[in-house]
Design a protein around this ligand. Structure first.
Ligand code: MD3
Ligand code: FE
Length: 203
């Protein structure tokens, strides 16, 4: 069933479940070409979530800040193309949530090992705030933290399971959000890891 978790935010339970194995195979192919890595924050810390990208633009963080880049800084080559299945899934999910013609140009691949987390933040590096963000959860479940439009608002918690998809648009697009430390658990499709795909229109 589908669930509105905030104004403009729709949780599509198990929307990607049938494609999950195919999505994971494509994640492994993309990350052969553009390896998962722990990026540095502008403040000099190492993130606990390993990241890579596919599509025309990829999200990167280093000592200079957060931005989208056409090239992988590890190889100085273009990010791998976004697989057609990724593009189609993102567009179908956006459509199911009421957003027509979502054309993501960026797909961030996040891999959470046990203990990895993402602290509360806003996604504000994208040019077009009218476009939604689509996220796909795979593997070990996680607790997603969804705050308000100010950092001080106490976040609501949502369990995200293998195959769940969330579409974030409208008033929730600039909400603070994060992921609580991922538990040591095993999932038949991913072992100890949680993967998250985040589709965005960056440019
Ligand atoms: C709510 N990733 O990569 S995806 C991120 O599970 C990020 O890896 C988390 O936050 C993860 O930036 C959460 C869900 C998500 C993505 C973007 C959002 C939720 C959002 C933008 C606005 C509001
Ligand atoms: Fe985010």
């Amino acid at each position: 069933h589908d669930e509105a978790i905030a104004p403009g935010a729709m949780l599509l339970h198990a929307f990607a479940l049938e494609q999950a194995d195919a999505l994971l195979s494509l994640i492994f192919a993309v990350t052969q070409a553009a390896p998962l890595r722990l990026m540095q924050t502008p403040g000099g810390y190492s993130m606990s979530v390993a990241m890579s990208n596919c599509g025309k633009a990829g999200w990167v963080s280093d000592s200079h800040g957060y931005r989208y880049a056409t090239h992988d800084p590890l190889s100085n080559t273009a990010w791998p193309a976004m697989p057609a299945l990724f593009q189609q899934l993102a567009q179908d999910a956006a459509h199911a949530a009421g957003f027509v013609d979502f054309m993501p140009d960026a797909c961030l691949i996040n891999r959470y090992a046990p203990g990895a987390r993402m602290s509360l933040h806003q996604d504000r590096n994208e040019r077009d705030m009218a476009a939604p963000i689509v996220s796909v959860s795979l593997g070990v479940p996680a607790t997603f933290l969804f705050g308000g439009l100010t950092r001080s608002q106490r976040p609501a918690r949502h369990r995200l399971q293998h195959g769940d998809v969330i579409v974030w648009g409208g008033p929730s697009r600039l909400a603070f959000h994060g992921v609580a430390p991922v538990a040591h658990q095993h999932h038949p499709a991913t072992g100890e890891f949680r993967y998250n795909l985040t589709f965005r229109k960056a440019r």
